[in-house]
Design a protein around this ligand. Sequence first.
Ligand SMILES: [Zn+2]
Ligand SMILES: [Zn+2]
Length: 116
Amino acid sequence: MPKGKFTACIHHPAVEAIAHCHQCSTPVCGRCVVAGPTGRFCSFECREKHEQFVEKARDCDVNGKQGGRFSRAVRKLFGYLVFLAAVLFCLGILCTMYEVPLLSEWTRAVRGIIGI
Ligand SMILES: [Zn+2]
Ligand SMILES: [Zn+2]
């Protein structure tokens, strides 16, 4: 038995582990290690779990990016709406000044709501 820091394989206490499972951190030797595209694992079960985890994380990432794009679009749209409302409101005030019948009604209502 070698002395000092020695991490034994979970299945072979006399064999030094060459890797720790990416999923559950179990030490495994070269014979037990299960290699996958996302890392090295103690079992096929762990490899599968980790692959699912990575896939889910990737999905979340994509959704997050789409969400960011979406909220940017909403902010832009909201900016347009505020601008449009301001323009309409100015137009409405002009209309009440010149007593344009249809729009002035609307503007009077809005002015009533905000109190000017
Ligand atoms: Zn594992
Ligand atoms: Zn082993």
